[in-house]
Write a protein that binds this ligand. Structure first.
Ligand code: NDP
Ligand code: MG
Length: 401
C-alpha cells in the first residue's frame, strides 16, 4: 500500500500518543507531516525526536519559542508554527492525506472543519466538534467528499458492524433501509457506577479520573463519571449514522469488552469486541478497509469474567438524560450543553465546584438559553461563547455559596 501522510491534531494527548504508538508499529506506512499541541513542550519535543514531523505546531506562542530553541539545540530540522490558525493550516495542507482530530473540546472544531473542507480522511476522536455543529458538520463531510472515520471506540465498533454501503458516505442513508432496527451504545458506567448516591457530591477530581477500564485525558474521564460522555456519544452516533430517535439506545456494560452493537431486523445482533485500548479503533481507522498491527493483544476468552448488562440509573446519571433530550431538541441545545459542560468540568477539576454541580449547571443554563436556529459555524461559535459565559456565571455563584 502507498504511504499515507498524517497530521495529528492533539498529538501530546492520550489519543495523540496512542495514534503515534500505532504509527510506530507500522514503520514507513504513515509518514508524519505535522504534530500539534497547546503548550506541552516536553511532550512535543519527545514526539519530534521520535517521529520527525515536517511541522510542529504549539498554539501557545511562548511554548513555540521554547520548542524552536530546543529543536535547534538538538539540530532537528522541524518547522515550528504557533497560534490556533496554524492548526487549520496544517490540517488542510496538500502535504497530508490523513488528519487525526484529537484536540479536546470545542477548540477542535475549526481545525477539524478545515480538514473536512480539504476533503481529507478525517479520523474523528474530537466528539465535541460534531456535537457542537451536527448537521453542518455532516453536510460539510458530504459536500467536500471527506472520508470520516469514527475513532471513539463505540462508534468505531458500530462502524465495523455496519454493511459497507452504510460506511461510505457515512450518515447519509436510512438505517432501516439496510435492515437495521437499532444501534446499541455500550457504556461502563464509569468509576461511580456503584457508589452510594449520597457520596457523589464529595468525589474528588482524582476519584472521577480513575476510570476502571480506560486510561484517558482528564476531561473525558470526568465526562465518563457523569456519563455525559455517553450522552455526547449518543449525539455523536445520531449524526455519524443518521439515526432516528427510536434507532438509538444506551446499555450499561461494566466490563467494556463489547464496544457497541447493531441489531438487525432478522434478530441478528452484530457486536465488536476487544481490549479496552484505543490503539485498536485507531488502527482500524488508519488502515480501513485493510487491517494493520496495533500492538494490542487479543482478548483471552478463557480468562474473561462474565459479561453483564444493565440500564443506566436516571438519578445517578442526570447528564445522560440531559444529553438525550438535547439531541432531539435542536442544535442550539447540544451546542449549549457541550459548552456548559466544558466550563463545569474545568471548574470541577480546579476544585471550584462539586461533582454533582456539573449536571445542575448544565440543566440551569439549558433552561435559560432560548431555542434558536444555528445556520453556520460562526453562529455555532457565537452561541458556544454565550453558553460558556452563562456557565461561568453559574460557577461563580456556586463558589460564592
Ligand atoms: P488529552 O487531554 O489527553 O489531550 C488533548 C490534546 O489537545 C493535547 O494534545 C493538548 O495539548 C491539545 N489541546 C488542548 N487544548 C487545546 C487548545 N485549546 N487548542 C489546541 N490544542 C489543544 O485528551 P484526550 O486525548 O483524552 O481526548 C482528545 C479527544 O478525543 C477528546 O475530544 C475526547 O473526547 C476524545 N476521545 C478520547 C478518548 C481517550 O481514550 N482518551 C476516547 C474517545 C474519544 P497540550 O498537551 O499541549 O495541552
Ligand atoms: Mg467512547
Amino acid at each position: 500500500t502507498p504511504q499515507q501522510r498524517i497530521c495529528v491534531l492533539g498529538a501530546t494527548g492520550s489519543i495523540g500518543q496512542n495514534t503515534l504508538a500505532v504509527i510506530a508499529e507500522n514503520p514507513d506506512a504513515y509518514p508524519v507531516y505535522a504534530l500539534t499541541a497547546y503548550s506541552n513542550v516536553a511532550a512535543m519535543l519527545e514526539l519530534c525526536r521520535k517521529h520527525k514531523p515536517t511541522i510542529a505546531v504549539m498554539v501557545d506562542a511562548n511554548a513555540a519559542t521554547e520548542l524552536r530553541q530546543q529543536l535547534q539545540a538538538e539540530k532537528l530540522n522541524i518547522e515550528v508554527l504557533s497560534g490556533s490558525t496554524a492548526l487549520a493550516l496544517v490540517a488542510s495542507s496538500s502535504d497530508t492525506d490523513i488528519v487525526m482530530a484529537a484536540i479536546v473540546g470545542g477548540a477542535g472544531l475549526l481545525p477539524t472543519m478545515a480538514a473536512i473542507e480539504a476533503g481529507k480522511r478525517v479520523l474523528l476522536a474530537n466528539k465535541e466538534a460534531l456535537v457542537m455543529s451536527g448537521q453542518l458538520f455532516m453536510d460539510a463531510v458530504a459536500e467536500y467528499g471527506a472520508e470520516l472515520m469514527p475513532v471513539d471506540s463505540e462508534h468505531n465498533a458500530i462502524f465495523q458492524c455496519l454493511p459497507p454501503a452504510l460506511q461510505y458516505p457515512l450518515g447519509q442513508q436510512s438505517l432501516s433501509d439496510h435492515g437495521i432496527d437499532k444501534i446499541l451504545l455500550t457504556g461502563s458506567g464509569g468509576p461511580f457506577r456503584e457508589l452510594p448516591l449520597a457520596e457523589l457530591a464529595q468525589q474528588t477530581p482524582d476519584a472521577a479520573c480513575a476510570h476502571p477500564n480506560w486510561e484517558m485525558g482528564r476531561k473525558i474521564s470526568v465526562d465518563s463519571a457523569t456519563m455525559l460522555n455517553k450522552g455526547l456519544e449518543y449525539i455523536e452516533a445520531r449524526w455519524l449514522f443518521g439515526c432516528q430517535q427510536h434507532e438509538l439506545d444506551v446499555i450499561l456494560h461494566p466490563q467494556s469488552v463489547i464496544h457497541s452493537m447493531v441489531q438487525y431486523r432478522d434478530g441478528s445482533v452484530i457486536a465488536q469486541l476487544g481490549q479496552p485500548d484505543m490503539r485498536t479503533p485507531i488502527a482500524s481507522c488508519l488502515a480501513y478497509p485493510d487491517r494493520i498491527a496495533s500492538g494490542v493483544s487479543h482478548l483471552d476468552f478463557t480468562q474473561l469474567a462474565a459479561l453483564t448488562f444493565g440500564k443506566p440509573e436516571a438519578e445517578r446519571f442526570p447528564c445522560l438524560a440531559l444529553a438525550k433530550d438535547a439531541c432531539w431538541s435542536g442544535q442550539w441545545a447540544t451546542t449549549t450543553l457541550n459548552a456548559v459542560n466544558e466550563i463545569a468540568v474545568e471548574a470541577f477539576l480546579q476544585e471550584q465546584i462539586k461533582f454533582t454541580d456539573i449536571a445542575r449547571i448544565c440543566a440551569e443554563v439549558l433552561a435559560v438559553v432560548p431555542p434558536q436556529q444555528l445556520n453556520s459555524i460562526p453562529e455555532v461559535l457565537s452561541l458556544d461563547a454565550e453558553a460558556r459565559a452563562l456557565a461561568t456565571q453559574q460557577v461563580r455563584k456556586q463558589r460564592a455559596c
